[in-house]
Design a protein around this ligand. Structure first.
Ligand code: F6P
Length: 541
């Protein structure tokens, strides 16, 4: 791989489309050549510094790294998460073809379908009002208590699919900060509220603490006996859920081969199913399955996740860009950047290869973003004129859901396309000067001001276009990014499916709690930590 990466570096420096403006002028077919589609989903990567040679080298890189073989190993249930001895089978959760998927010789599909059916029964009961609260009133509000993968997926997707939301109101509590649950409960009536405790391990301190507060809320208002009518749980740790006291018919399981950040397709999606209904949830799974089949079967040059991953690797490890911005032109995708932060950074933020040796070059980039057009009025300045190059990933639907606000959607599209065009084209010093003088500024002043109005251009972006943000389209988009993370992980030669890096902080927090509670001293800690504890305790009431 080293030799190909070196060749890519040389190619990028000498022959790649490093002058994108010139590349577009020289080749009127550039968009056609460097864009690919899956049904109505188009990915335009013509505004990145690629040419045929770069694509060929990236294709060779994928071959050398064994991306296709590793992909097939994932789909077939091999224990590719070797540090935890687990298969990685979120694809089985949306395996709508229902072909058997074997883990240790056992087909997991009957269990997957069984849980989906149980979720549907429960979701329909809550939605129809046949499952009621303890006092016989209909459930109007569902509060999901979970964190990380047990929160971000359903929270992001419920917001994204709000035009399809016809079930009870959905709320998401994640932070251990009591402000989160307190503010959420403030507007809620215990008699009509259902809590879903979502935790793969059912040990996560934030979730267990919030769950205890929720239980106290119900018990205080309606009595202990009411708890069983107002709670459901989602977990792989069924014994721990039972100990919490949630009735078994309200517990929805999943399996250790589902990573937290890949779990939206499992019972973790229950709040989404309650919000949008079982049919729409099925379409959401269908969309992801369509992307799975495409990822599995399409040749590299037509394969969206392969190309997205290869270009991501190229940006990170050949061109050296340390971050990438996720810029959905869709207010309902407001939580998508945060969702991708966990998916990408928890998966590929690693420093050790599968051999246990340090990663050569870099692993995953920093992922960040906000919806356009809000971001335009906040941080786009840096993306356009700052000294760091930030590859941007734009996404836009051809249609919104507000026919009466058609003009606003036109403005949204125009803004999205304008940004990628501006990043690519930039504005030269001459153009800046000419613009100023054409507005009546004298030559001398134009000379002084023009450098501030120069845009370097050549700033890479990828744009995704699709018809509308339906459940199918969202499922497909998430699966696209999941597989992109997979491809990049293989190229970085890391295990994308563990997350040991979150453990140390958790351990130290456990050790610090008795000190913060005033039960122990901070003598064994560094002077900064001890000083901060002392400062906080001094004015605690
Ligand atoms: O932050 C680490 C992590 O394990 C994530 O990977 C996971 O999504 C989150 O915590 C929540 O874990 P659980 O679902 O077990 O409560």
């Amino acid at each position: 791989m080293r030799a190909i990466i070196d060749e890519l570096k040389t190619t990028a420096a000498t022959t790649a489309a490093t002058d994108l403006r010139a590349a577009f002028s020289a080749d009127p077919q550039r968009f056609r050549r460097y864009s690919v589609s899956l049904d109505d989903l188009l990915m335009d990567f013509s505004k990145t510094a690629v040419n045929d040679r770069v694509i060929t080298l990236l294709e060779t890189l994928a071959e050398e790294a064994g991306v296709a073989q590793k992909r097939d190993a994932m789909f077939s249930g091999e224990a590719i998460n070797f540090t935890e001895g687990r298969a990685v089978l979120h694809t089985a959760l949306r395996n709508r073809s229902n072909q058997p998927v074997l883990v240790d010789g056992k087909d997991v599909m009957p269990d997957v379908n069984g849980v989906l059916a149980a979720m549907a029964g429960f979701a329909n009961g809550i939605r129809s009002g046949s499952l009621k609260g303890a006092t016989g009133r209909r459930i109007t509000d569902v509060v999901n208590i979970g964190i990380g993968g047990s929160d971000l997926g359903p929270a992001m997707a419920t917001l994204a699919l709000s035009p399809f939301h016809d079930g009870p109101r959905a709320h998401f509590v994640s932070n251990v900060d009591g402000a989160h649950i307190a503010d959420t409960l403030k507007g809620l009536d215990a008699e009509t509220t259902l809590f879903i405790i979502a935790s793969k391990t059912f040990t996560t301190i934030e979730t267990m603490t919030n769950a205890a507060s929720a239980r106290a809320f119900i018990a205080e208002k309606l009595g202990d006996d009411a708890v069983k009518h107002h709670f459901a749980a989602v977990s792989t740790a069924l014994d721990k859920v039972a100990a919490f006291g949630i009735a078994s018919e309200r517990v929805f399981g999943f399996w250790d081969w589902v990573g937290g950040r890949y779990s939206i397709w499992s019972a973790i999606g229950l709040p989404l199913m309650i919000a949008i209904g079982t049919e729409n949830f099925g379409r959401f799974l269908d969309g992801a399955h369509a992307m799975d089949l495409h990822f599995r079967d399409a040749p590299v040059r037509e394969n969206l996740p392969m190309l997205l991953g290869l270009i991501g690797f190229y940006h990170r490890n050949v061109l050296g860009y340390p971050s990438r911005a996720i810029l959905p032109y869709d207010q309902r995708l407001a939580r998508f950047p945060a969702y991708l932060q966990q998916l990408d950074m928890e998966s590929n933020g690693k420093g050790v290869t599968v051999d246990g040796t340090p990663v050569e070059g870099d692993s995953g980039p920093v992922v960040w973003g906000e919806p356009g057009t809000n971001g335009q009025h906040a941080f786009y300045q840096l993306i356009h004129q700052g000294t760091s190059i930030v590859p941007a990933e734009f996404m836009i639907a051809a249609n919104g859901f507000e026919p009466h606000l058609r003009h606003q959607h036109e403005l949204l599209i125009a803004n999205c396309l304008a940004q990628s065009e501006a990043l690519m084209k930039g504005r030269t010093l001459e153009e800046a000067k000419a613009q100023l003088t054409s507005k009546g500024m004298d030559e001398g002043q134009a000379e002084a001001i023009a450098p501030h109005r120069v845009f370097p251009g050549n700033r890479p972006s990828i744009t995704f276009v699709y018809d509308q943000l339906t459940p199918f389209a969202l499922g497909r988009l998430i699966a696209l990014y999941e597989h992109r993370v997979f491809v990049e992980g293989v190229l970085f030669r890391i295990n994308s499916f563990d997350q040991w890096g979150v453990e140390l902080g958790k351990e130290l927090a456990t050790g610090l709690l008795p000190i913060v509670e005033g039960k122990e001293t901070a003598d064994d800690h560094d002077s900064s930590t001890a000083g901060l504890v002392a400062r906080l305790l001094k004015t605690r009431s």
